[in-house]
Design a protein around this ligand. Structure first.
Ligand code: SAH
Ligand code: SF4
Length: 349
């Protein structure tokens, strides 16, 4: 867990401490252990600062202010779709950075797309977040707070989460692991691992680290190209971890966890949507127990890339199906509110 200050003027996040760490802190202040339980109670109840913790002695509240911050998120901007129930939030963090999150309504309930970092280092050319560069990791409680804020604002219960907002979750490994464990823990928000999807651009070393935990979450891998030449152009990470190593890691991940991998493929007009790409992709995924999600790419002005035509999309899907690959086209939700992460934040700059 990352309890280090995340920038010079930001103290560690008290909500990210484990029970033992909080007790150790209280003990180090020469105070009885029940103070830790009181603090936890306030934090679980949604306290946003130490002054609200009225049953703590004033001296302890002052000491806490010098040692920690209560991390949370506030809604800076909110967009509600006119075409469906999708809601997009721009949240503001204690250091005035902003991240996005999207709430989507499906037949089975509400699903929320969460951010894991402010910005991203990976530089994928089609991605608004990647274009803005990297600022910092989110703490695990900043991830939890995105759900709490949306639930409270929309008056709903979130039943599944996808880590497909801003940032690369496996780059923020410790905090994301802490977050997904907390989510599933009794007494918390209680979203089970099978209702969590984690999307990665393909950090192979971290995928091996993740599989050691044998989590029952769904791993989504952003593929977007069926060969190294094209993938390296679209996603710089491919130069570090080429397709052969990525596909091997996916096979090993499936073998270790028994969880089917989901591949994301953003359909970009004239770039990765040709019949040749479809058969190459089918070859790459043949005989794998997996699922492919085709996503019409969201246009980001700076990238100059456009989404594939409906016809190209259908032909591509049919070719994969014909070759025995499980494939669906992702329904576009919130098309009128730029519901692809990174777009609202960039638009507000
Ligand atoms: N960093 C992780 C998760 C966040 S991005 C990853 O890359 O997987 C979530 C998903 O949105 C990824 O599949 C990503 O490739 C995709 N994405 C990014 N920009 C997009 C765009 N303009 N249109 C469609 N999908 C996009
Ligand atoms: Fe980062 Fe994912 Fe965007 Fe690539 S697609 S820049 S990994 S957020």
């Amino acid at each position: 867990m990352n309890t280090e200050p995340i920038s010079a003027d930001l103290l560690p996040d008290i909500r990210s401490l484990t029970g033992e760490q909080l007790e150790a802190y209280v003990h180090s202040q020469g105070l009885p252990l029940f103070r830790a339980a009181q603090i936890r109670h306030w934090l679980d109840g949604g306290a946003r600062n130490f002054d609200q913790m009225t049953n703590l002695p004033l001296s302890l509240r002052e000491q806490l202010k010098k040692s920690f911050r209560v991390f949370g998120v506030n809604i800076e901007k909110k967009l509600v779709s006119c075409v469906d129930d999708t809601v997009k939030y721009l949240y503001i963090l204690p250091d005035n950075e902003t991240v996005e999150s999207v709430l989507m309504h499906y037949r089975h309930g509400w699903s929320q797309c969460l951010s894991t970092q402010v910005g991203c280092k990976m530089g994928c050319v089609f991605c608004a977040t990647g274009l803005g560069g990297f600022v910092r990791n989110l703490t695990s409680s900043e991830m939890l707070a995105q759900i709490e804020a949306a639930q409270q604002d929309a008056g709903i219960r979130v039943s599944s989460v996808v880590l497909m907002g801003m940032g690369e979750p496996l780059e923020n490994f410790e905090n994301v692991l802490h977050f997904v464990t907390e989510l599933a823990a009794p007494g918390g928000i209680q979203i089970g691992m099978r209702h969590i999807s984690l999307s990665t651009c393909g950090l192979v070393d971290r995928m091996y680290q993740l599989m050691e935990h044998r989590l029952q979450l769904t791993l989504s891998v952003s593929l977007h190209a069926p060969n190294d030449e094209l993938r390296s152009r679209l996603m710089p990470i491919n130069r570090r971890w080429p397709l052969s190593e990525l596909m091997k890691a996916c096979d090993d991940y499936f073998a270790a966890t028994g969880r089917r991998i989901s591949y994301e493929y953003a359909m970009i007009d004239g770039v990765n949507d040709t019949p040749a790409c479809a058969s190459q992709l089918a070859g790459l995924l043949k005989h794998k127990n997996c699922h492919v999600n085709l996503i019409p790419v969201n246009r980001v002005a700076e990238s100059g890339l456009n989404r594939s035509s409906v016809r190209r999309l259908r032909d591509f899907q049919e070719e994969l199906s014909r070759q025995g690959i499980n494939v669906t086209v992702r329904r576009t939700l919130g098309a009128d509110i730029q519901a692809s992460c990174g777009q609202l934040r960039r638009g507000s700059e």
